[in-house]
Design a protein around this ligand. Sequence first.
Ligand code: GLU
Length: 577
Amino acid sequence: MSKSLLLAAWAALLALPAWAGQAVVTGHGGAVATISGPASQAAMDILNRGGNAVDAAVAAAATLGVTDPFSCGIGGGGFMLIYSARDRKVITIDHRETAPASFTPTALQRDGHPLPLAEAIASGRSVGVPGTVRGWHEALARYGSMSMQQVLQPAVAVAEQGFEIDANFHRINVLNEGKFRRFPATASLYLKDGRALPLGSWFRNPELAQTYRQIGTGGVRAFYEGELAQRIVDAVNMPAVRPGVTVLPGRMTLADLQDYEARLRQPVHSTYRGYDIYGMGLPSSGGIAIAEALNVLENYDLARMPPPQVQHLYLQASRLAFADRNAYVADGEFVDVPKAGLLSKDYARQRAAGIDLRADHGRVGQGDPYAFQQNLAVPLRPAAAGREEPVHTTHLTVTDRAGNIVSYTFTIEDWGGSGMVVPGSGFLLNNELTDFDFSGPHPNVPEAGKRPRSSMSPTLVFRDGRPVLSIGSPGGASIITTVLQVLVAHLDQGMTLASALAAPRLSQRNADTTEVESLLQFVGSPQALALESYGYRWRETDEIGAANGLRFNDDGSVTAVSEPLRHGGGSALVQER
Ligand code: GLU
């Protein structure tokens, strides 16, 4: 194909309307987008009963814990961005899982060598102290208007009544058969005769309904203290396994649970072509990496460039941001991360100067952000590290009539987390501690009470003080590139939010190859061929980032958008059309 034909084919793709079947709705008042119909409905029910966006977000999240239990739940943690319309302020609630006090830098090693990832995942060792319930509590107590009991009610109903197992639930259940078989409590909930629950069968989770009821009446203490806390600790330290199976135990105590705190933190704030971007700060790398990449891209007039050139620059900016993220970012309570340097426009200009406009030259090294720190800290100069990071999680977003917005990503890490259901409780425990770098010295090395570096990137965009976008995604480290790609597609290339979310994803995380999606048959497409002339090579994965978002339109309406295809397709609802 000639270059002009390629460009024409690609321009036609960019101009495509929203995909058939994609959930895209516009209205006034409240709106919600999640990956699950019942979860979106739970949020809408709470909004219709007079709840605000925070109440509705917790209701949706609790319901996702029932309908999308392999991605998220009360056995894990997350990051919530809240825009309070009254205070005109963005705050974040970090309820990331935390390493128990017993954790040491060698906790994920054996005989001086990193544990194999699969062994670490399906173990008590990788379970971090869950943060989700504490996060929901802080969100409701400070910014909500309803009680925990009220907002958990829709999820209790879904867990009690059940739902039909769809293709996506079944697909992920099948992927987890081996892991789930090891643990009898998990096998009895999610397997039948050792195989994934059949497609189309009815699934109920009365034990999770009961756990939610306990939390509803007893509050956070019902989770972090007493009988349920004891069951969590026992599950982690003495995993109940099928005969003949051994898994590594953890060393979590009741004190670890009782001491768990969610943290209210300032968001990462940056600007991009007149927009204000608010993202998640440490221990997530999401906000910083996205801001750095956008600062790099700001050096180019993307709106006037042909799409392949824009994509090339997006991939180069991703490379640079990931080189720095991998080298410098970790839990800020343990490591003096050179945040100001990484966010500096001058630093980004220096990084951008190394980009070849015509070709990809493979991996790049980390830069030296310390020279751009205002307080010139002593440089650590660690080596860049990149490692395998699985891709899972869920994201949701809600707004209400008053204009409050929640952008919320939460997870149990791997599909099915550690694979361990807490016996009698109906929820899976996370394996979040595999997000540490298994061997030091590295800022993200395991330590007692530390939170592993995350990529979760709930993001809010404003212009002149008014909300423009709420966006976020699942997908491990590809969360960062998905959010960045959608921002570039929408803000620079003029794609609608719906088209930007539906378009094929390209994820370059400073690796030799660029990750693309087999679901969207990217390899061989005009877009792929155009980028191959820059030297890119592809690595296929099934899908990247079932994202969703809200677009606040100039006429005062809001458009809620979900994925058309990925993760079985998402859902979006508005209060009034
Ligand atoms: N553990 C990941 C993170 O915090 C999220 C889970 C995933 O998407 O794999 O970045």
